[in-house]
Design a protein around this ligand. Sequence first.
Ligand code: DP6
Length: 329
Amino acid sequence: MTTTARAHTNIALVKYWGKRNAALMLPQTDSLSLTLDEFYTTTTVEFDPTLSKDHFYLDGKLVADQQAHKVVKFMDLVRQMSGRADFANIASVNNVPIAAGLASSASAFAALAGAAAKDAGMDLSLKDLSRLARRGSGSATRSIFGGLVEWHRGTDDLTSFAEPVQEVPKFGIAMLAIMVDTSQKKVSSRGGMQLVVETSPYYPAWRQVVKDDMVAIKKAIATGDLKTIGHIAQQNALRMHALNLAADPGFTYFNGQTILAMQTIDRLREEGLNCYYTMDAGPNVKVIFDPKDQDDLLKALSPVFGAERLVVAKPGPGIEYLADPVMKF
Ligand code: DP6
């Protein structure tokens, strides 16, 4: 039997940037994100008693064991939880409009959690599925759900899970990615956040920032106040990236084009467009905007970055199960 699941990636408006327990993947703070429709991963899992190890295929190609270790470790956890001892064939296909960049571990581990748990015979609630996805990658916790999603830091493994805030946003919100660089990132999010927790003197302030931002952004979501949501998201991203600059050794994910994109969005907002930026563990910039401004925004950004580097995404759905496998093993 094969099981196929699809999960969409998400972009955090209030960031997760640090763990307090790496083994259980428990975060330092709450976080909140928007699941996107354009970027997703589809994964098929088939447990097979004849296999002597897991086989992981990414976009049709068998992945070497050293590169597949996070997937195998995750499968070990599924075996331990389900009691199903067999190894599995696993195939993942990423849907990204332009090469690399936004195919994040969020959609990857959410889809894997869904397909592996179901194929192993576990019937998990969405809450427990989000706890399981967390063990693969923190941001995957939130990709089980669609729309605006909150991840509770919790007090332990049982209480650290995601929950929808508004599965289908009741107000206009969209995201535009400015793909300034699609090459592999130099500092992984895992390594970057660990260094920050250990060395950034601003970390205690960050915990308080997130506490305050979570309260304020949920209030703004309840009233559909995009201006406040965007403002909070932009400030939160800047403060997350300030942690990196203040780490030892200090580092940044920004390049020159990142700064140019940030300045351009600030200028367009001053000129009257309702748009804000956020950045994650890489140089690409994501713009939060009101869908009614889409044409104006694309018209203003195309001459600066090239139309082919701009990708628009709308709010996307939570985890889905598909009848057809992405690959025949
Ligand atoms: C900047 O979820 O990729 O995107 O938990 O170590 O797998 P691990 O890290 P990951 O980190 C995401 C960090 C972020 C912010 C966010 O998504 O909240």
